[in-house]
Ligand binder design. Structure first.
Ligand code: 2AM
Ligand code: CA
Ligand code: CA
Ligand code: CA
Length: 274
């Protein structure tokens, strides 16, 4: 059995506290109150309840840490302490359609040493309530599913690669850019999947189920835990230029070193020829 840190125990306990609540709401999804944050941007009572429970639980354990929450926004804590970056329910569209592909994502982000803003993510958990799969990573201690060490896939040929992506939806993201990238990648790979939960796309790159993943327009709570997982599983994560700002630029490309570099070539080519 792998012993993870006390902090991970705290995080996993919080996620497991929320999971039964999410499973219950998922079972009665037709009765859930749903509202819209924007076009095709739905939020349900389940998202908010889950977030509130996570905040309560994590606050009990670390009273002075701040939060960056998908639904609640930023809550300031002690600026010298880390903060929690949380997506309480990633895959809300799936959830609301009765599709059991959704997850809770929790990341711990350290303050920058110069006191200006936020730096490294040191711990991450992505938990899938329906399958009870728990993906976690700690900086320099690897990526894991339960007590099994994760490694990105070893595939080297694009023609064998299964790649995940996200498609811009009403009012979000650049559909024309997506189409160009898709047009460049689709003819070269074995398959493309769009499952609708970015956190799980990244967890599945870390575990080798997917050979690569790209998407634009994602928010910090969609990717912070997943980026750590992929990197700790030996993978590469960059923005579309190949640079180190996937969160800041809202462009993410992930895979093992060879897949990453081959996908990057196609992607960059499609943007250059635009
Ligand atoms: P959410 O479920 O937490 O909102 C994948 O494209 C990401 O975009 C998901 O992780 C999802 O996070 C977010 N998203 C928001 N609205 C969406 C929609 N209508 N369709 C697909 N994804 C959506
Ligand atoms: Ca949402
Ligand atoms: Ca999300
Ligand atoms: Ca969400």
């Amino acid at each position: 059995m792998v012993s993870h840190s006390g902090l991970l125990t705290v995080i996993e306990r919080a996620a497991r506290k929320v999971a039964p609540q999410l499973r219950r709401d998922f079972g009665e999804v037709q009765h859930l109150q749903v509202s819209r944050k924007g076009p095709a941007d739905f939020v349900s009572v389940a998202d908010k309840k889950a977030e509130n429970t996570l905040v309560q639980e994590l606050r009990k354990a670390r009273p002075d840490w701040g939060f960056l929450l998908e639904e609640g926004g930023e809550i300031e804590g002690d600026p010298m302490k880390p903060r929690w970056v949380i997506d309480p329910l990633d895959g809300t569209s799936n959830f609301l359609h009765g599709i059991p592909h959704f997850a809770i994502s929790i990341a711990v982000q350290e303050p920058r040493r110069d006191g200006r803003g936020w730096g490294e993510v040191t711990t991450g958990l992505i938990y899938q309530p329906i399958t009870d799969e728990s993906y976690w990573a700690e900086k320099s201690r690897g990526a894991w599913r339960h007590d099994q060490r994760l490694r990105v896939s070893a595939r080297r040929d694009l023609s064998e690669a299964l790649v995940a992506t996200g498609i811009p939806f009403l009012g979000h993201g650049d559909l024309a850019q997506f189409s160009r990238i898709f047009g460049a990648i689709a003819p070269s790979v074995a398959g493309i999947r769009r499952f609708g939960a970015a956190t799980l796309d990244l967890a599945w790159v870390a575990s080798g189920r997917f050979d690569g993943f790209w998407e634009s327009g994602l928010q910090p709570w969609d990717v912070q835990a997943g980026i750590l997982l992929v990197r700790e599983a030996g993978g590469f994560v960059t923005d579309f230029r190949g640079g180190s700002e996937p969160v800041e630029r809202r462009e993410i490309l992930a895979g093992n070193d060879i897949m990453h570099s081959k996908l990057h070539k196609l992607l960059a080519g499609s943007l250059r020829n635009a």
